[in-house]
Design a protein around this ligand. Structure first.
Ligand code: ACO
Length: 428
C-alpha cells in the first residue's frame, strides 16, 4: 500500500498506511506534529486508532464481532464465560488441562479479605453498586501490595486470577449490603455464574438452589459482554494503565467509565424507559415522537452505537436468549412486549433508518436480568462482571506493546489570550 500524502501549508507529508489483518486501514500520523507542527483534531476519537490490538475484531458496518478470531455467535452457543476469559487474556482456547487449572484457580481465589466487610459497612446503604464495586476493586490494591507491578509477569498473573475470582463476590456483596442481608462466603464447588447467583440470592438460613437456566443465561450474557475493543471503559482502562498504574486501579477506573448512561449504564436506563411506557404514562408511539423531536435528554435507550451502523450481533443473540429464558422460566413480560413494539416502530421509521440506529446489546439484556431476578441497579454491574476479561486482556496487551507510551491526547486551546492578574478590589 502506498503512503498517503498530506499537503499542508505548502508542504507535503507522507503518512504511512497501516493495514490490519482484516484489511482495515489507517493513516499513521504519529510523526505529524514533529514534522509539521500540527496535530489532528478528532472530538470523541471518532476517527482515531490509539493502538493496534489482536484481541477483538469488530466490523460495525457488517455487524461482525469476533474474539481472537472466533465469531461471537459460536462462542455464545458453545463456550463458557471462563473459557472466553482465558481466550481473551491468553489468545488461544485452553486445552482441557489448562482449562481445569484455570477454572480451579479462579474458584479458589474468590474469597475477599475479612476487612473488606467493614469497607462495605462504611459506605452509605443506598450507594449505587457501580460506585461500590469500583471502590472495592480499587481497594484490592491496598490488600495485595505484593502484586501491583505491571511489569512483573508473575505479579500480573496473580492479580488477574484474584480480580476475576473476586469480582462476583465483590459485586454480590455490594447488593447484599444495600438490602441489609448478611454476605455469604463464596462456595468453591460452584461454577462462576452459579456461585455469583448464590451469593446474590442465598442467605445463611437455608440452602440456595441455583436454577441452571438462569446460570446459563447469565453465563451467555457475560460472554457477549466480554470485550468490545476500544470502547469508552476499555480506553479508560488502557489510559490509566498507560501511566503504569496497577491492574486493580486501572479496572476500578474502567468500572466508573462504564457506569455512564451512554455506555454500560444504558441497560438500567432501558428498563426504566420500558417501565415508564408500560406504566401507561405515554404510548411507545408518543415516546418515539419525543425522541425524534430530540427533546433534551430523551433518547431511545438501547438503540444506536458509535461503531455499529448495522444490527449489533450481540443484540440478535440476546433477543433470542430473552425469548428462550422467559419461556423456560414461564415469565410473562409486559416490558418485552413494549420493547418489541418500540423496536418494530423504530426500525420502520426514517428517523432511525437514516441515522442507522439499531438495537444494541443493552436493548434486551435488562429484560433477561429482570426475569432472572437481578435488581435494576445491579444491571450495569452485570455488564462490568462480563467486561472484566476484556479490560484485563487489553491492559495486558498494552503493557506488552513495543510502542508503549503514556496516553496523553492534545487539545486546541480556545480560551483567553494572556492577560494580567487583576486584584479582588479592582474587579468590577
Ligand atoms: N435515540 C435517538 N436518537 C439517537 C440515538 C438514540 N438512541 N442515538 C443516536 N441518535 C441520533 C443523534 O441524536 C444524532 O442525530 P442528529 O444527527 O440529528 O444530531 C445521530 O443519531 C448520531 O448520534 P450521535 O450521538 O452523534 O452518535 P454517537 O456515535 O456519538 O453515539 C451512542 C452513540 C452514545 C451509543 C448513542 O447512539 C446513544 O446515546 N444511544 C443511547 C444510549 C445507549 O443505548 N448506549 C449504549 C451503547 S452500547 C454500550 O455502550 C454497551
Amino acid at each position: 500500500m502506498r503512503d498517503a500524502i498530506l499537503t499542508y501549508d505548502g508542504k507535503e507529508y507522507r503518512l504511512p498506511v497501516v493495514t490490519g489483518s482484516e484489511g482495515e486501514q489507517a493513516l499513521d500520523i504519529s510523526a505529524l506534529r514533529k514534522q509539521s507542527g500540527a496535530i489532528c483534531f478528532d472530538p470523541g476519537y471518532v476517527n482515531t486508532g490509539a493502538c493496534t490490538s489482536a484481541i477483538t475484531f469488530l466490523d460495525g458496518e457488517k455487524g461482525i464481532l469476533r474474539y481472537r478470531g472466533y465469531p461471537i455467535e459460536e462462542l455464545a452457543a458453545h463456550s463458557s464465560f471462563l473459557e472466553v476469559a482465558y481466550l481473551l487474556i491468553y489468545g488461544e482456547l485452553p486445552k482441557a488441562a489448562e482449562f481445569a487449572a484455570w477454572s480451579d484457580s479462579i474458584r479458589r481465589h474468590s474469597m475477599v479479605h475479612e476487612k473488606m466487610r467493614r469497607f462495605y459497612d462504611a459506605l452509605p446503604k443506598e450507594a449505587h453498586p457501580m460506585a461500590v464495586c469500583s471502590a472495592a476493586i480499587g481497594a484490592l490494591s491496598t490488600f495485595y501490595q505484593d502484586s501491583l507491578d505491571p511489569r512483573d509477569p508473575q505479579q500480573v498473573m496473580v492479580s488477574i486470577h484474584r480480580l476475576l475470582a473476586k469480582m462476583p463476590t465483590i459485586a454480590a456483596y455490594s447488593y447484599k449490603t444495600s438490602i441489609g442481608q448478611p454476605r455469604l462466603y463464596p462456595k468453591n464447588n460452584l461454577d462462576y455464574a452459579s456461585g455469583y447467583l448464590r451469593m446474590m440470592f442465598g442467605t445463611p438460613c437455608e440452602d440456595y438452589e441455583v436454577n441452571p437456566v438462569v446460570a446459563k443465561a447469565l453465563d451467555t450474557l457475560w460472554i457477549l459482554h466480554a470485550d468490545h475493543e476500544q470502547n469508552c471503559s476499555t480506553s479508560t482502562v488502557r489510559l490509566v494503565g498507560s501511566s503504569l498504574a496497577n491492574l486493580f486501579a486501572s479496572v476500578s477506573a474502567g468500572i466508573f467509565a462504564l457506569w455512564g448512561p451512554l455506555h454500560g449504564g444504558a441497560n438500567q436506563k432501558v428498563i426504566e424507559m420500558l417501565q415508564r411506557i408500560s406504566a401507561g404514562g405515554e404510548s411507545g408511539k408518543q415516546f418515539l415522537e419525543r425522541v425524534k423531536r430530540q427533546e433534551e435528554g430523551v433518547r431511545l435507550m438501547g438503540f444506536g452505537h458509535r461503531v455499529y451502523k448495522n444490527f449489533d450481533p450481540r443484540a440478535r443473540i440476546i433477543k433470542k436468549a430473552c425469548f428462550e429464558v422467559l419461556e423456560q422460566l414461564h415469565v410473562q413480560s409486559r416490558l418485552l412486549d413494549v420493547a418489541i413494539e418500540l423496536e418494530e416502530q423504530a426500525l420502520a421509521d426514517p428517523y432511525f433508518v437514516e441515522r442507522k440506529l439499531y438495537p444494541n446489546v443493552d436493548f434486551y439484556s435488562g429484560i433477561i436480568y429482570q426475569a432472572i431476578g437481578i435488581p435494576v441497579n445491579m444491571f450495569t454491574v452485570m455488564f462490568a462482571i462480563g467486561r472484566l476479561p476484556g479490560w484485563i486482556a487489553q491492559w495486558v496487551e498494552l503493557q506488552a506493546d513495543p510502542t508503549f507510551k503514556i496516553g496523553r491526547p492534545r487539545q486546541i486551546y480556545t480560551g483567553a489570550g494572556q492577560r494580567a492578574y487583576v486584584g479582588l478590589a479592582d474587579r468590577d
